[in-house]
Design a protein around this ligand. Structure first.
Ligand SMILES: [Zn+2]
Length: 441
């Protein structure tokens, strides 16, 4: 049980009865210090009305009552405020609140500290009409102390304090019981009650530094964004211009379509050379890279287990140096804006995708699982042809080996400079064809 509980039991109540009256000399008298009734000689500290001391009897706890019967209600708060101010008369130590501040140019929270105080009289005339509750000297600075019982300081008051330039602390006694004892009030106002800085130049400096830091950061962000934007625009311009040049260059380029004989044999030549959007991203005309897709990706299965899709095929074409370096890594944002600047442009992977869609539409490709593959009859035809060619080559190789072996047995004079290979291309006199042609049939 603390002192406050005891005080409540003896002299007060939770309904905040008035337990202090004002003597004629201005000092406050506790109910325990006065005689009963009107002879207490006290007035209400709030309204000044005469008080009657009702001392402890059977039914009531001791308290002061207004003599005219009308309780003004302001007494306990006025008393609390006055006792709080009185606590400073003996130049006590008081606890200052923590605050923002600067330490080596950095914004930090400085912890609160207990300081010696010296009560000062308010003897100056204040043009800004600031009348603080208390004016003390602490840490060799002048300090206003506001004791808030019912209302905390509002923005107008804080602004005036800022303009005045004197440090000010507010102590919040709103949660303190209205009938607290002198000792409890002193302890609360000097140490334990919540407190805050209303104005401190150090806090202002720290806040200004924070704002400056924030503005600097914002400016840096804005610059980063502008730089990014400028870089992006340069890249888009560069791509759009390069794309136009690439298309013109490809138009005049003569090349030999890779694996042309195979494509012709399978009947696929009409399906290469499709000018899909984005064909300018490649180093060769459409027929060339499209032949590579059909032959290497779909027939040779060069991607292995990787599903043939636009992106995986693009990687293969990149390795084969079929995609111009400038168009290799194009982000979606850059690609979209480049398409706006140069309508014929599309990124390489999208050109490949358009080509795959074309082949699907022509039944050259069919869907399989998550990917696409050569249409079955085409695939079979192609595989069979490749196999036959391989066997033909193997047979030819065997013949050449045998001829070489026979030639080795002949005397040098008879053999001359003939080899197995040159024999293959010599003409068989009876049929009029080369041995190579005869064996290939
Ligand atoms: Zn009163």
């Amino acid at each position: 049980m603390d002192d406050h509980e005891n005080a409540r039991k003896s002299f007060g109540s939770d309904r905040a009865r008035l337990v202090y009256g004002r003597r004629d000399d201005g000092t406050l008298a506790h109910i325990s210090e006065v005689p009963r009734g009107l002879s207490c000689g006290c007035r209400c500290p709030a309204c000044g009305g005469r008080l009657i001391a009702r001392l402890k009897d059977v039914h009531v706890v001791p308290h002061f009552a207004h003599n005219d019967g009308e309780t003004c209600g302001g007494g306990p708060e006025t008393v609390l405020h006055q006792l709080a101010k009185e606590a400073f008369r003996i130049n006590p130590k008081m606890q200052l609140p923590e605050r923002l501040g600067l330490d080596k140019g950095k914004v930090v929270m400085k912890p609160g500290q207990e300081v010696e105080t010296e009560l000062l009289r308010l003897e100056y005339s204040d043009p800004k009409k600031i009348i603080p509750d208390l004016y003390v000297r602490a840490l060799s600075y002048d300090l206003f102390v506001e004791v808030a019982v019912t209302h905390a300081s509002d923005d107008t008051k804080i602004q005036r304090l800022r303009e005045h330039g004197t440090m000010a602390v507010e102590i919040d006694l709103s949660k303190l019981p209205r009938d607290a004892t002198r000792e409890q009030i002193a302890d609360a106002v000097l140490r334990t009650a919540p407190r805050r800085w209303l104005y401190h130049p150090g806090i202002e400096a720290a806040k200004a530094k924070s704002r400056a830091d924030e503005e600097k950061w914002q400016a840096a962000q804005a610059k980063r964004f502008a730089d990014y934007q400028a870089k992006h625009n340069r890249r888009v311009d560069e791509l759009a211009r390069a794309y136009g040049q690439a298309v013109r260059q490809l138009a005049g380029m003569k090349t030999v379509v890779p694996r042309h004989a195979e494509l012709q044999a399978i009947g696929l030549t009409e399906h290469v050379g499709i000018k899909v959007a984005g064909y300018g991203c490649f180093t060769v005309p459409p027929a060339d890279w499209q032949a590579v897709i059909l032959a290497e990706v779909f027939h040779d299965n060069c991607l292995g287990h990787e599903i043939p899709k636009a992106v995986s095929i693009a990687k293969h074409l990149e390795k084969r140096n079929l995609i111009r370096p400038l168009f290799r890594r194009v982000s979606r944002e850059v690609a979209d804006d480049t398409t706006v600047a140069e309508r014929r442009f599309a990124p390489a992977w999208r050109a490949i995708d358009s080509y795959l869609q074309h082949l699907l539409g022509k039944d050259v490709l069919g869907h399989q699982g998550y990917g696409v593959m050569l249409e079955k009859s085409l695939a079979n035809k192609w595989t069979a042809r490749t196999l036959a060619l391989k066997q033909g080559t193997a047979a030819m190789h065997a013949v050449v080996q045998k001829v070489d072996w026979i030639l080795a047995e002949l005397p040098d004079k008879e053999r001359g400079d003939m080899t197995g290979e040159s024999w293959l291309d010599s003409v068989h006199t009876e049929s009029g064809t080369t041995y190579r042609a005869a064996i290939s049939v």
